[in-house]
Design a protein around this ligand. Structure first.
Ligand code: ADP
Ligand code: ADP
Length: 232
């Protein structure tokens, strides 16, 4: 589903080069809930930005659904992006728009008609348990509710991959638990492959089946959560 082959990514700033990724090999299979764990600065965000086509590798291949993203033209890239949903630590909702309109953003971009949008948005809000908040503004919601809106928006275009960038790091433990259970349900019911980056071991242990441990731009261990961290 997602495969990185010997991927390097360097950033050059003011004459200094930072090697953010140094030879990453990684394989996420369809149906996985794949966790990437590491300390701040390990290269996790860079890795997920490569998978979401927001960055290009300096060297190596990033394959999604069997194809190297380097071979896409701009039009193909836009189509491929619809296949990937993403949620964020700080939710990235538009504060000036109501919940309904936030969730509708991807559908508006896809030029769906009004009825279709209305039906799909209400279906998504029901799925995440926020049917009664369609007319609210993000500022009226709790953190957990905001992330549910983020999840609904990420699912709007029917992606087969959901990328989660520290999606529970701003939430308390109880809310984290309910969001992780929702991600598990999305994985199981919609057969969506989930990739999570986090610095929290508890997130990996609660829902991931596979894990990669990152340190200074490299993966130092990768495998099933049981193999990598052992049984309790
Ligand atoms: P993590 O998500 O694990 O905290 P990052 O991928 O954000 O790690 O960062 C890895 C390294 O790459 C860090 O040293 C960071 O400063 C650097 N880096 C990330 N993005 C950029 C960028 N756009 N320009 C320069 N350096 C960057
Ligand atoms: P940009 O990528 O330039 O920020 P877009 O038009 O792609 O703008 O995104 C519109 C809105 O959707 C923004 O609020 C952004 O935070 C959010 N967004 C961008 N990419 C994704 C994604 N893959 N999944 C969910 N929301 C996204």
């Amino acid at each position: 589903m997602i495969e990185l082959k010997n991927v390097y990514k360097s950033f050059t700033r003011k004459g200094t080069t930072i090697d953010a990724l140094k030879g990453i090999d990684l394989k996420v299979e369809k149906g996985d809930i794949f966790g990437v764990i590491g300390y701040s600065g390990a290269g996790k965000s860079t890795l997920i930005r490569l998978v979401n086509y927001l960055e290009r590798p300096t060297k190596g291949q990033v394959m999604v659904a069997g194809r190297d993203l380097g071979t896409y033209n701009d039009k193909e890239l836009r189509t491929a992006k619809k296949n990937i949903g993403m949620i964020f630590q700080h939710f990235n909702l538009l504060e000036s728009k109501k919940v309904f309109d936030n969730v509708a953003i991807p559908l508006v971009l896809l030029k769906k008609n009004k009825n279709e949008i209305r039906q799909r948005v209400m279906e998504l809000l029901e799925f995440v348990g926020l049917s009664d908040k369609a007319g609210s503004y993000p500022s009226e919601l709790s953190g957990g509710q905001k992330q549910r809106v983020g999840i609904a928006r990420a699912l709007a275009s029917n992606p087969s991959i959901l990328l989660c960038d520290e999606a529970t790091s701003a939430l308390d433990p109880q809310t984290t638990h309910s969001i992780l259970q929702l991600l598990k349900k999305i994985n199981a019911e919609y057969n969506i492959t989930v990739m999570i980056i986090t610095h929290e071991m508890s997130v990996i242990q609660e829902i991931c089946n596979k894990v990669a441990v990152m340190e200074e731009g490299r993966i130092i261990e990768q495998g099933s959560v049981l193999d990598v961290f052992g049984s309790p």
